[in-house]
Ligand binder design. Structure first.
Ligand SMILES: [Zn+2]
Ligand SMILES: [Zn+2]
Length: 346
């Protein structure tokens, strides 16, 4: 093969450089995928700016990126996919043997190798060798740009499923970034009749409205707790999702959840300790759930997009060429109020 494999390395805080790498080869059970679109996730930006997320520390030059799709160019032994198949990659390779893996909760596997979570490199590169069972074939009516959005959509679907969003549910989503919007799309597709989205950035609220939110509330302008209660006849919502990683929003959840309802904490915030009113929670007889990534959501996400029950095409706000990836990160960091999702065309 004469093709070149180039990868974008984070070489320090806020520094990125494209370098050539050897072409990968498909081992048994693997495919080599020519990547076409890779999304920039909040976690990529966080590593780029701060060099770590919790205990995961970037050491040495590091490739970011885990939201990706492309075309299979080579298959290893024992693989049923074929060259030319377009696929979205589920970024976490798990052990398959631990108690979590064997009970279907593989997102809890302690030995997962997840793209762009140190020490495992990510996929801001032209070609990657990857386990074939994590390469999900995209139907003809899904582009690889949409394919790169299957990963954040899987998070939204996980939030809706853990929150038991069902036909007729009322849902409040705190935070209208990419994951908040994906949670909105997932909630609507799961049958929610009423979805309220709360944020402080007007542009993001506009986006939520455009993507089907029943109501949006700007928490910088009004008392959002009061507004949510007014909108729900004083009862609160069946399901409240915190997607912003905001301590204040997490604290707000028991005040806006309906009695017997469910709170889902999705966003990871900067604070280790969140003062939380458990008395209020108990008064509401509500449950609190948390999620970590997702499990078994890729097939559902792909079918939902293919059938038209979820349209992710409105999520992307900016697109950059691979050569401009450093600029894309800069734009993402400097324009947090304008950018919802940047994808890189690899
Ligand atoms: Zn992500
Ligand atoms: Zn495992």
């Amino acid at each position: 093969m004469t093709a070149k494999n180039r990868a974008a390395f984070m070489t320090g805080l806020n520094e990125m450089e494209i370098r050539e790498l050897p072409m990968p080869a498909a081992k048994e059970g693997q495919v080599v995928v020519k990547l076409e679109y890779v999304g920039i996730c909040g976690s990529d930006v966080h590593y780029f700016e701060h060099g770590r997320i919790g205990d995961f520390i970037v050491e040495g030059d590091f490739i970011l990126g885990h939201e990706c799709a492309g075309t299979v160019v080579e298959v290893g032994r024992g693989v049923t996919l074929r060259a030319g198949d377009r696929v979205a990659l589920e970024p976490g390779a798990t052990c398959g043997r631990c108690e979590f893996c064997v009970t279907g909760r593989y997102n809890l596997c302690p030995d997962v190798e997840f793209l762009a979570t140190p020490p495992y490199h990510g996929c801001f590169q032209n070609y990657i060798a990857f386990p074939a069972h994590l390469a999900f074939k995209l139907p003809n009516n899904i582009s690889t740009k949409e394919g790169a959005l299957i990963e954040p959509l899987a998070v939204g679907l996980e939030a809706a499923s853990v929150g038991n969003v069902t036909l007729g549910s009322s849902v409040v989503i705190l935070g209208s970034g990419c994951i908040g919007l994906m949670s909105l799309l997932a909630s609507k597709a799961s049958g929610a009749s009423n979805v309220t989205v709360v944020d402080v950035i007007p542009k993001r609220l506009e986006k939520a409205k455009e993507l089907g939110a029943t109501r949006v509330i700007n928490a910088a302008e009004v008392d959002s707790t009061e507004a949510i209660l007014t909108a729900t006849e004083g009862k609160g919502a069946d399901v409240v999702m915190e997607t912003a990683g905001s301590t204040r929003a997490a604290q707000q959840t028991p005040f806006v959840v309906k009695r017997g309802g469910t709170i889902v904490l999705v966003g990871m915030g900067p604070d280790d300790v969140i003062p939380f009113n458990f008395a209020k929670l108990m008064g509401q007889v509500a449950g609190v759930k948390t999620i970590f990534r997702y499990k078994n959501q890729y097939p559902k996400a792909i079918k939902a997009v293919s059938s038209g029950s979820i349209d992710v095409s409105g999520i992307v706000t900016n697109e950059f060429a691979f050569d401009d990836i450093a600029e894309a990160f800069r734009v993402n960091i400097e324009n947090k109020k304008e950018v919802v999702k940047i994808v890189i065309k690899i």
